[in-house]
Design a protein around this ligand. Structure first.
Ligand code: AMP
Length: 619
């Protein structure tokens, strides 16, 4: 029997929708789709106009948050409070993105560590997961408004090249937005499904998915066999897309009309206005041969011929990546059965023509290229909902499997809904100098703290040779077989010491209990995330305190009295804040200490190298 929930605060009846939605969480734009009367349908905004939600978040005064197209205008006015391209930061450490620093208008925190990046907005610190969750919440509200019911389940798409950490971060963002993410699907797989490819299990095809969006280009080559989509190769350019088409138009106009380049640099609103005109010109030229407009006293013009000359080198670049992907996949041009076009920039006729010439066949572009991924995600969601009985679903793990890490946190190694059999591993290290033993406790469940999950077993990896904290390389591997038997192996790679344990992941748990565990994880997502973020900040703070203490102790001779005192003071402030429960305060103290010691650390390192080069002993 269906249950009816009453929202006491609003006094409304809340209907729970059983619909599983498909979400395309994009770098520039995101959207949500669902199956309506047997066909996938992308949800529009309240004005019934736009299906795209700009993946932009603006933080106003008093933490007022605006997500989507309304936030766009703040990109120029308040860049430091307006977050875009958050997808580029998902599951990344600062080291991974250090060379992108210039690209972001907001502050990505440099702690020069391996921990995940954070974004600073005023005195608050956010993870990319929290920020992506805001975009997902917006999409969730949009579809709930259309359906008049609560939505709790989703399929979310990610690029085929996303690694485990990036996929896990996407899942976590879903959970934080109140969504049970039933599956993470590759974007090219979703696009193929939207074109009906792979739905018939007898279907065997090789498909190339050419995805040219606003800021990124991806080419994926998939082999589809018996309903299984295998990625043979991916290639692309993470900084190439329609924005570059706009940029070459702006450069051309500056040159052609002799505009003052330096003035445009300082006058941000004028340069933004010209950029918007360029985008308009590009879009117009997708259907017309000439663009003309006026910007104040300036008349702007562009013909399709000139535009095509300007962008030809950029399209050539994408074709080079296609060639590389084809070589990696070991596929001859004639073996590719279909070419699918994804992303708004594939509306440009020259793109379609050059891609079609390259692959030697006409391209699939009958669906809206902005929506095709979300539409495919909705089809996948419908299959998961069991509405398409002809499709066989591969066995999957019902709950995540992981181990306990510092601060009682659950570190997921095999996420829920992974295909079975499955194998995954991760490297860990010690946190104390000379640590000889490491406890490996294995848990099952979706909560962020292991105390809220089910313990499956534990063992101790003993006999690690004494080394400084952080030196041992301990690889933990999970091997889950088709019967749900989980083997956990731990090995210290420097010394070869190893230990393993075997357990049954489904032992003593009913489907009902699993369902309850899942629901609880979503209900507690927000508080769990808050605890996780706090624990992670504390762990990181403790590591930094340790290294800062060592740094001051070991480099007495190279630091001035004032530098020493200030470093000690800032370290003590961090030590104090790490005892409390305010993660923003801890992050702020870390940021201050790091900013202060960064140049000192460089100087000390240079001095040490100098000493080494002179053949002197370093103490
Ligand atoms: P996406 O990231 O897939 O949403 O792609 C957005 C990109 O597609 C932006 O660079 C848009 O300017 C571009 N775009 C959208 N519509 C058109 C069009 N009609 N012609 C050319 N480019 C377009």
């Amino acid at each position: 029997m269906a249950k009816i929930a009453i929202n006491l605060s609003k006094g409304t009846i809340e209907k729970d929708s059983n619909i599983i939605v498909g979400i395309d969480l994009g770098t520039t734009n995101s959207l949500v789709a669902y199956m309506k009367d047997g066909t996938p349908h992308a949800v529009k905004d309240e004005n019934g106009k736009n299906t795209l939600v700009a993946s932009i978040i603006h933080f106003g005064q008093k933490e007022e948050v605006v997500v989507g197209n309304e936030a766009k205008q703040f990109l120029v006015q308040q860049p430091e409070n307006t977050i875009y391209s958050i997808k580029r930061l998902m599951g990344k450490s600062f080291k991974d993105v250090a060379d992108l620093e210039q690209y972001f208008g907001y502050k990505v925190i440099d702690e020069d560590t391996d921990s995940l990046v954070k974004i600073r907005v005023d005195d608050k610190f956010y993870t990319p997961i929290e920020l992506s969750a805001k975009i997902l919440s917006q999409l969730k509200s949009r579809i709930e408004a259309e359906l008049g019911a609560t939505v709790r389940k989703a399929v979310i798409t990610v690029p085929a090249y996303f690694n485990d950490a990036q996929r896990q971060a996407t899942r976590d963002a879903g959970k934080l937005a109140g969504l049970d993410v039933l599956r993470i699907v590759n974007e090219p797989t979703a696009a193929s499904l939207a074109y009906g490819i792979g739905i018939d299990p007898e279907d065997t095809q090789i498909v190339a998915v050419y995805d040219l969006g606003g800021g990124t280009f991806d080419i994926s080559i998939l082999q589809i066999q018996q309903g299984i989509f295998e990625v043979l190769a991916t290639n692309g350019d993470t900084f190439l897309g329609g924005d570059d088409f706009d940029r070459v138009i702006v450069d051309y106009w500056i040159d052609h009309y002799g505009l003052d380049k330096s003035l445009l640099k300082t006058d941000k609103s004028r340069s933004q206005a010209i950029r918007l005109e360029a985008e308009q010109a590009k879009k117009t030229l997708s259907t017309k041969d000439k663009f003309q407009s006026k910007l104040g006293d300036l008349s702007l013009e562009l013909t399709r011929e000139t535009f095509e000359q300007l962008i030809r080198p950029l399209i050539d670049k994408t074709l080079k990546a296609c060639k590389n992907a084809r070589t990696d996949a070991k596929i001859e041009p004639a073996q590719i059965d279909q070419v699918i076009m994804v992303g708004g920039s594939t509306r440009v006729p020259l793109v379609q023509q050059m891609v079609s010439d390259f692959f030697g066949k006409s391209v699939n572009n009958s669906l809206n290229p902005d929506e095709v991924v979300a539409l495919g995600a909705a089809i996948q969601a419908d299959i998961l909902a069991g509405n398409n009985k002809d499709i066989l679903l591969i066995d999957i793990t019902p709950l995540s499997l992981g181990i306990e890490t510092m601060g009682g946190l659950m570190d997921v190694i095999i996420p829920r809904n992974s295909k079975v059999p499955s194998k995954a591993g991760r490297q860990y290290t010690t946190s104390v100098d000379g640590q000889k033993n490491l406890k490996v406790a294995v848990f099952q469940g979706e909560r962020d703290l292991v105390k809220d999950n089910r313990k499956l077993g534990e063992f101790i990896l003993a006999g690690i040779p004494p080394m400084a904290a952080g030196m041992p390389k301990i690889e933990i591997q999970f091997i889950l077989d088709a019967d749900g038997i989980l083997k956990v192996k731990a090995k210290e790679l420097r010394s070869g010491v190893e230990q393993s344990i075997q357990m049954r992941s489904t032992y003593g748990i009913s489907e009902e209990e699993m369902g309850k565990m899942l629901l609880e994880s979503i209900q507690h997502a927000e508080e769990d995330m808050a605890v996780r973020v706090l624990m992670e900040a504390k762990n990181e703070a403790n590591n930094i305190i340790l290294s800062s203490d060592k740094f001051v102790e070991q480099n007495k001779a190279l630091l001035s009295e004032e530098e020493r005192t200030t470093t000690i003071e800032l370290t003590n402030a961090l030590r104090e804040s790490a005892k409390g429960t305010d993660k923003d305060l801890i992050n702020k103290a870390m940021d201050e200490l790091n900013t202060y010691t960064h140049p000192l650390a460089h100087r000390v390192m240079d001095a040490n190298i100098q000493t080494a080069l002179q053949g002197k002993k370093i103490d």
